[in-house]
Design a protein around this ligand. Structure first.
Ligand code: PMP
Length: 453
């Protein structure tokens, strides 16, 4: 089909996720046609380095034949099997077992979803059910962190703490509470790590006290806040919050939808701090975006209480596509690739990425470079001393993204003037060096934008 017709059909019919509908109609869609490794090609031939792995999900990179073969084989043999009626399929059972083997501590029970949003949504259902099962139904209040993102289901969007996900949607619910973010670069308590950790612990304690300790069910944490602008907490922050939850008798949920599957170095970012959450959500890198899939991992304690509480009654939570065999086959192939070279390559490439981005720190627009492994950000400012953000009139999310695109780089450009990086773990030295060079070009061009000065 001619590209112009596709653009017209898209404009008329396709509703895009997290987009200004009118803005998108005006700009028109950019159609991606093919991809290999860490490179994507636009219909028309423009080749780009995908510095964002699609939507921080194509961790294995594009064109991995082993994944394609696994999916094809499964599509031929058994494209679908429900998990209802006590049925199942080999890849789903094997993937659950492989994940349980590798997940921290006693996260031994895996509930498969279609992505991250319904994984988060499922945690809320499981947690409510758990507290009913142990005779504490009054524990029905949930706390998350400002700038956090926990998906786009109605419940998850309420836990999310980004304005666009609430305004006009009647969210958050009154049982969803927030504490301030650790956001080190712009934290009212300063940049000293211990002060930030202590402030967050105190904020959680105060929030629990305000709600009533007997009412609070769970606290949600991303090991690194992704959609809020790649906000990396100080070392020890996650552990301190986990310990505080244990002390306050609140469940600790680690949302590893972005950070899982090698993004920060190890398979799961919880390993960076040696913590074991009560529940963990994963998606994205689980299937590297080749097929939709997410999962909730439940600890023995949570699973057993739910199982005992329900007895022989069905736990009324399930999707038609829970534990989809094709997605599970893809997940197994991804795990194999991660453990046979990709995690290692990702760690090496992550060091090169961080070093490369740090080499841009002297650029007049760069306020901060932060990240861990293959998850990084550059925060742009117009005045380094005052940390003045780029003005809204400079439309960072659009103009910086467009410039990078024209320079052959896909990068996430947040409306706050933060550039986000999450390249595929298969990225070569040339890919990483290209990301840095093209970022530099983009920053130089942005410096020339009259709205930026
Ligand atoms: N949780 C986190 C931490 C995420 O980053 C995301 C997606 N970016 C989600 C949940 C939702 O995942 P999905 O888009 O697959 O529904």
């Amino acid at each position: 089909m001619l590209l112009n017709s596709l653009v017209e059909l898209d404009r008329a019919h396709l509703v895009h996720p997290v987009a200004s509908y009118r803005g998108h109609e005006k700009a028109g869609v950019r159609v991606l046609a093919s991809a290999k490794g860490a490179r994507v090609k636009e219909a028309g031939g423009h080749e780009l380095i995908d510095g964002f792995a699609g939507l921080w999900c194509v961790n294995a990179g594009y064109g991995q034949e082993k994944i394609v073969e696994a999916a094809t084989r499964q599509l031929r043999e058994l494209p679908y099997a429900t998990g209802y009626f006590g049925l199942g399929s080999e890849p789903a059972i094997r993937l659950a077992s492989e994940l349980a083997d590798r997940a921290p501590g006693d996260l031994n029970h895996v509930y498969f979803t279609l992505g991250g949003s319904d994984a988060v949504d499922s945690t809320v259902r499981f947690i409510r059910y758990y507290f009913h099962a142990i005779g504490k139904p009054e524990k029905d209040q949930f706390i998350s962190v400002m700038n956090g993102y926990h998906g786009s289901s109605t419940v998850g969007a309420g836990l999310t703490a980004l304005p666009a996900f609430h305004a006009g949607f009647g969210l958050p619910f009154d049982w969803q509470h927030k504490i301030p973010s650790h956001y080190s670069y712009r934290n009212p308590v300063g940049t000293e790590p211990q002060a930030i950790i202590e402030a967050s612990v105190a904020a959680l304690r105060a929030k629990v006290e305000e709600i009533g300790p007997e009412r609070v069910a769970a606290f949600y944490v991303e090991p690194i806040q992704g959609s809020g602008g790649v906000l990396v907490p100080p070392d020890g922050w996650v552990k301190a919050m986990r310990e505080t939850c244990r002390e306050l008798d609140i469940l600790f949920v680690a949302d590893e939808v972005i950070t899982g599957f090698g993004r920060t170095g190890p398979l799961f970012a919880c390993e960076d701090e040696g913590i074991v959450p009560d529940l963990m959500t994963v998606a994205k890198g689980l299937t590297s975006g080749y097929c939709p899939m997410g999962a909730v991992l439940l600890s023995d304690r949570i699973y057993d209480a739910i199982a005992d509480g329900a007895g022989l009654t069905a736990v009324g939570h399930g999707y038609t596509y829970s534990a989809h065999p094709v997605s599970a086959a893809v997940g197994l192939a991804c795990l194999d690739l991660y453990e046979n070279g990709l995690l290692e390559n990702g760690r090496r490439a992550g060091e090169r990425l961080m070093a490369g981005l740090h080499s841009l720190a002297d650029h007049p627009l760069v306020g901060e470079v932060r990240g861990r492994g293959m998850l990084a950000a550059v925060e742009l400012v117009t005045d380094k001393a005052k940390k003045t953000p780029l003005p809204a009139s400079a439309e960072p999310a659009k103009r910086v993204f467009d410039r990078a695109w024209d320079n052959g780089l896909v990068v996430r450009a947040f409306p706050t003037g933060v550039l986000g990086y999450a390249p595929p773990l298969c990225a070569t030295d040339a890919d990483i060096d290209g990301i840095i060079e093209r970022t530099k070009m983009t920053l130089d061009q942005t410096l020339e934008d009259p709205d930026v000065r």
